[in-house]
Design a binder for this molecule. Structure first.
Ligand code: GN1
Ligand code: MG
Length: 367
């Protein structure tokens, strides 16, 4: 990472740089944890990232959104007597006072605080983690409930526009640039057979039945930091995709990633399913924070969000596979295809358990 050494000096870090190593499991940006030695001999860590500007065409818009959102959260956290240095990430500015540094070769780098005494988990170690992670996503939405969605840029246009994702899939299929379509016939048929479900949520938004609000849009279970001592979801991270969106998709993605006990790219599909006990915990935690914020129609569509985002994510992985793996980082052959298959297995299971999911939402909306 030759560029890395040069960018350290551009930011207002405290202490003397010791070293850094790649950090986390993201599919998009390059992330590092860097250590610094303070004057008192202690160490401090920071998160440093190179923003993927193939995915985020306007990184300065991403940073505008993060600045707005973290500023708003900070005010809310202080008003509630919370700790703004632990309950939201803090942007570390550059020495010339910007939220990012652009290198001469056109790369965008940024830095933020490292929250100590808490960690993210790929999979929960106990059921309470799910409840607390969902509460953190719910509190995030609730605290941002009075931030006007139009104060944020749409950093990836049509990000959760499922019909558009479906349309992109059809286009990829027609072009078939990597000559892979013929080998994924069952996945293509599965996608085509769900075509008429893709537009439902967008239609309700268009009709004004469901509001657009400031949402996170990447509510993976491992985007919540769990406090080492209390086990509570202390901070929501990875704010790249905060922009106008729907509560259904945010709740849905926490279910897609949390309530499936297997990995997102699990190859043994017998391990992939929706665990209703986990779903119950997620619904409880999310509604604990949001039941007074969300409209009755929004609550009614939360479980549908889990279905739709699982379909959308499967479509995105399949499209990328057909396109020759140009969007997501892949670590093995057919990686995107494996990811798609796991999504579709999960979706089939969700479809079978949908009534139970609706019933659980009904219970938690009232408590
Ligand atoms: C990407 O890499 P990560 O976790 O930040 C993607 C999400 C997908 C996710 C699937 C900007 O997120 O939308 O749900 O992979 N982010 C973007 O694992 O496309
Ligand atoms: Mg992300």
């Amino acid at each position: 990472m030759p560029e890395f050494a040069k960018i350290i000096d551009k930011f207002c870090f405290e202490g003397e740089y010791i070293g850094a190593h790649p950090y986390g499991f993201g599919h998009i940006n390059d992330t590092y944890a860097a250590r610094f030695k303070l004057a008192n001999g202690k160490q401090r860590r920071y998160v440093i990232q190179r923003i993927n500007h193939y995915v985020f065409k306007r990184p300065e818009y991403v940073m505008h959104n993060i600045e707005q959102v973290t500023g708003h959260l900070r005010k809310k956290i202080i008003a509630a007597d919370g700790d703004p240095n632990r309950e939201t990430i803090t942007i570390i500015p550059t020495k010339v006072g910007r939220t990012y540094h652009k290198t001469t070769s056109g790369n965008y780098w940024r830095a933020n605080s490292f929250i100590e005494g808490a960690q993210t988990y790929q999979k929960a170690v106990n059921l309470d983690h799910y409840y607390h992670a969902a509460r953190a996503f719910g509190a995030f939405m609730w605290r941002l409930g009075d931030l006007p969605p139009d104060s944020l840029y749409e950093t990836i246009p049509d990000f959760h526009n499922t019909p558009k994702r479906f349309h992109d899939f059809i286009e990829a299929l027609e072009k078939d640039p990597a000559n892979r379509a013929q080998s994924v016939k069952p996945e293509i048929d599965f996608t085509l057979s769900r075509a008429n479900e893709t537009g439902l949520l967008m239609e309700l938004v268009k009709q004004g039945e469901i509001p657009e609000r400031v949402t996170h849009n990447d509510t993976k279970f491992d985007n919540v930091m769990i406090d080492d001592v209390t086990g509570e979801g202390i901070c929501v991270v990875d704010l790249d995709t905060v922009m106008p969106g729907t509560s259904a998709m945010d709740f849905g993605d926490s279910v897609r990633t949390g309530a499936n006990p297997a990995a997102e790219d699990e190859q043994d599909l017998s391990k992939v399913y929706l665990d209703l006990e986990i779903f119950d915990r997620l619904a409880h935690g999310f509604l604990f924070e949001t039941r007074d914020l969300l409209t009755p129609t929004e609550i009614q569509y939360l479980a549908f969000g889990a279905k739709l985002i699982t379909l959308e994510q499967g479509i995105r992985f399949l499209t990328d596979h057909i396109n020759g793996d140009i969007y997501y980082k892949v670590h093995r052959q057919d990686h995107n295809l494996d990811r798609c298959r796991a999504q579709y297995k999960l979706l089939s299971d969700v479809e079978g358990k949908f009534d139970s999911m609706l019933a659980m939402i009904e219970v938690h909306r009232q408590i």
